[in-house]
Write a protein that binds this ligand. Structure first.
Ligand SMILES: N[C@@H](CCC(=O)N[C@@H](CS)C(=O)NCC(=O)O)C(=O)O
Length: 263
């Protein structure tokens, strides 16, 4: 199986953790066209939004990390990542959904300011303090769902843990990790010991040296940032509508497929 991915993508990290938990061998490829929205290469086949992750399994091509996770669980049921009871399965999916939407948007917003320099001065302060406050809300919500359990699904590492891991890790790297001594800090300490997670985080760390070149490609290399879904919502609700307007004016942001300019 081939996974089109980017080591820093939390959605791709979720899939790599899941594949590793199930001991499924896979190859990875970082698409050269990522960040352009172009679909004229193999990565673009069956992937109109040109987003990672995309899983290729023979003739089957699947996009969207939640749908990929469902596919992996259906195709390789052992060991299961979803818990057994309908209620617990729904709980795992709800945790994943919040991580993929609200939590991811916060970490993305932080990067837009910190790495991509979309805001400076007072606007940067506004956006970063919004990210800090919202991260706290999300982490409190997660701690409430975890309770005293070792993992989100109970005693066994599973679906929700794979979804939480990349976002919690990103928060830690951003200096917004859980409070020392908290339930979530203890969970994070367990998480980084897990081989599937440790390998995935190590790949992310190894890719960090490419970050300045990535940032440059978005400034001068014809790449544009995709302001999609909850990310766009985050930027606007957190006080960054000017960032969106400047990006549109300067032509360095884009919206998802279909392109409004397309015939
Ligand atoms: N809903 C999708 C979101 C995937 C996504 O947004 N991926 C980002 C990387 S983290 C991407 O590929 N963006 C395309 C781009 O920036 O051009 C999923 O769950 O897989």
């Amino acid at each position: 199986m081939l996974l089109y991915e980017a080591p820093g993508s939390p959605y791709a990290q979720k899939i790599k953790i899941a594949l590793r938990e199930k001991s499924i061998p896979f190859q990875v490829e970082l698409p050269a066209s990522l960040g352009t929205g172009r679909t004229d290469d193999p990565f673009g086949i069956g992937n109109p939004r040109a987003e990672v992750p995309m899983l290729v399994d023979g003739e089957t091509r699947i996009v969207d990390s939640t749908i990929i996770l469902e596919y992996i669980e259906d195709r390789f049921p052992d060991p299961p990542l979803l818990p057994r009871t309908p209620a617990a399965r729904a709980a795992a999916r709800m945790t994943e959904d919040v991580c993929d939407t609200q939590y991811e948007a916060i970490t993305w917003g932080f990067s837009e300011v910190h790495w991509f320099g979309r805001a400076t001065g007072a606007l940067a302060d506004t956006l970063l303090s919004a990210a800090t406050r919202q991260t706290r809300v999300l982490q409190e919500w997660l701690a409430g769902r975890l309770g005293e359990a070792a993992w989100f699904g109970g005693e066994t590492f599973g679906w929700a843990d794979a979804a939480v891991a990349p976002l919690l890790h990103r928060s830690v790297l951003n200096g917004m990790g859980p409070a020392p001594g908290s339930i979530l800090a203890a969970f994070y300490a367990r998480l980084v010991q897990r081989p599937s997670v440790a390998t995935t985080f190590a790949e992310y760390a190894a890719s960090a040296s490419r970050m300045p070149a990535t940032v440059e490609a978005f400034k001068t290399g014809g790449k544009t940032r995709e302001y999609r879904d909850h990310r766009l919502e985050w930027m606007i609700k957190s006080g960054g509508i000017e960032v969106v307007l400047a990006g549109l004016r300067d032509g360095n942001i884009r919206f998802p497929w279909p392109n409004p300019q397309q015939a």
